[in-house]
Design a protein around this ligand. Structure first.
Ligand SMILES: Cc1cc2nc3c(=O)[nH]c(=O)nc-3n(C[C@H](O)[C@H](O)[C@H](O)COP(=O)(O)OP(=O)(O)OC[C@H]3O[C@@H](n4cnc5c(N)ncnc54)[C@H](O)[C@@H]3O)c2cc1C
Length: 387
């Protein structure tokens, strides 16, 4: 998104992606109302909504067998009053295909950043591994948008604060059948959680487990694991046997962290590279996109002229840091209070108090809807346009 917006402003951009395609499974599929609003501001919304997707207007959680409406998006002050579920590779392919129409945009696939180019203490580019050997890319600014295992922030030596996360996620595919229930927020039970993402012809399942317990689960055997999945979502009983080997079940370690400084001379980190997000609440993608928009809004005009000063980069951090802190705080709250299995005796069998409030008072469902659907401080596109 940052590459798209900067190229749109006429800034020469090279996006380096280490994989040969965007077909990664280990990210979410949520396109939030605020992102859809941006697509509208960019004139891309109608075409975007022609891509296969599902629209979710209300989030429901199944808590200890009871349906709890958790968020109502229909009252949001946005054009699209829903979350669109679309595989992230379709979203990224869509953005890349539009970005390629700008003469100053280049996308280099299979180009893995392995180091930064330095001049004294300033970053002046990146060194990347490609199929035809190593290449150097010199740049007025390097934007580290390389996710939670960021090479860029590591090579720059930027210090980060880790927030302990008590969960990991097991990630697997289960086939979908006619008559299956619609997309929900997740199935909560006794402090555990199964999330099912509707990928049209299959369910992408995420099963939240206490951190470090995968080996123990494996020791108990596949049959017990399959039974546990069925105890959350009974309709999967006739196909859970598809999970017939542990190689079909991938362990994703969840992290929440934040860089102390998101930038140094010649370098700015955004998205998970600056602040790794957990899947809790399904908000990390939106936050990463909002960072990209703020980056283009604050820097595009200056980058049209040449290098930017580190104080300009700090303005991006200053704008985006408090929404990030707020959302990470919410994620940590969810980890500890709702999905870790550390709930009190009463909460193990009933609905947690916060969710009960949402059930009793429909108006309150607009609060999580705003938080998830738009996020604090939603950004609007106002960087210059060259074409
Ligand atoms: C299991 C799981 C489920 C999640 N579900 C959701 C959800 O439903 N909704 C939601 O909003 N958030 C979700 N999140 C959080 C979300 O995935 C992240 O917050 C979001 O993807 C961050 O976007 P990003 O662009 O900063 O990083 P990423 O999406 O991680 O993208 C980084 C990109 O950089 C590339 N890259 C990495 N290193 C290099 C390198 N050295 N050189 C070149 N390219 C490189 C990667 O291949 C990748 O394409 C989930 C996270 C996890 C772990």
């Amino acid at each position: 998104m940052a590459g798209y917006l900067l190229a749109r402003a006429g800034v020469p951009v090279a996006v380096l992606e280490k994989h040969s395609d965007f077909n990664r499974d280990f990210r979410g599929d949520t396109i939030h109302p605020s992102t859809l609003e941006l697509m509208h501001e960019l004139g891309l919304l109608d075409e975007f909504l022609k891509q296969p997707h599902q629209e979710l207007r209300e989030l429901r959680a199944i808590v200890n067998g009871q349906a709890v409406p958790a968020a109502d998006f229909t009252k949001l002050p946005t054009r699209c009053k829903f979350i669109a579920f679309m595989p992230q590779w379709d979203f990224l392919n869509f953005l890349a295909s539009h970005a390629k129409r700008f003469p100053t945009f280049q996308l280099h696939m299979e180009t893995e950043v392995v180091d930064l180019l330095m001049d004294d203490s300033s970053v002046v580019g990146a060194r990347a591994k490609t199929r035809s050997g190593e290449m150097e890319f010199r740049a007025d600014l390097v934007i580290g948008a390389d996710g939670r295992h960021s090479t860029v922030h590591t090579r720059a030596g930027l210090k980060q604060r880790e927030f302990g996360v008590p969960i990991d996620v097991l990630w697997m595919r289960i086939s979908k059948k006619q008559g299956d229930p619609k997309q929900t927020f997740g199935f909560f039970q006794h402090g555990k959680l199964l999330v099912l993402l509707d990928r049209d012809d299959y369910w992408q399942a995420g099963f939240v487990i206490p951190k470090g317990q995968f080996e123990e689960i494996k020791d108990r055997g596949l049959t017990q694991f399959q039974n546990e999945i069925v105890s959350f979502a009974g309709f999967l009983r006739d196909r859970v046997a598809e999970l017939d080997h542990w190689s079909k079940i991938k362990l994703l370690t969840v992290q929440v962290n934040r860089l102390h400084d998101w930038c140094c001379a010649g370098l700015l980190c955004i998205g998970d590279s600056a602040h790794a997000m957990s899947p809790a609440g399904g908000v990390g993608i939106n936050l990463a996109i909002q960072d990209a928009v703020a980056t283009a809004n604050l820097l595009a005009e200056k980058l049209q002229q040449g290098p930017v000063h580190v104080d300009d980069l700090r303005r991006v951090q200053a704008r985006r840091e408090w929404p990030t802190r707020l959302i990470q705080g919410m994620q940590i709250f969810i980890h500890h209070r709702i999905v870790t299995g550390r709930a009190s005796g009463e909460e193990r069998t009933s609905i947690p108090f916060v969710l009960r409030l949402l059930k009793w008072f429909p108006i309150l469902r607009q609060i999580p809807a705003r938080f998830i659907g738009m996020g604090p401080r939603p950004e609007h596109f106002h960087s210059p346009t060259a074409v």
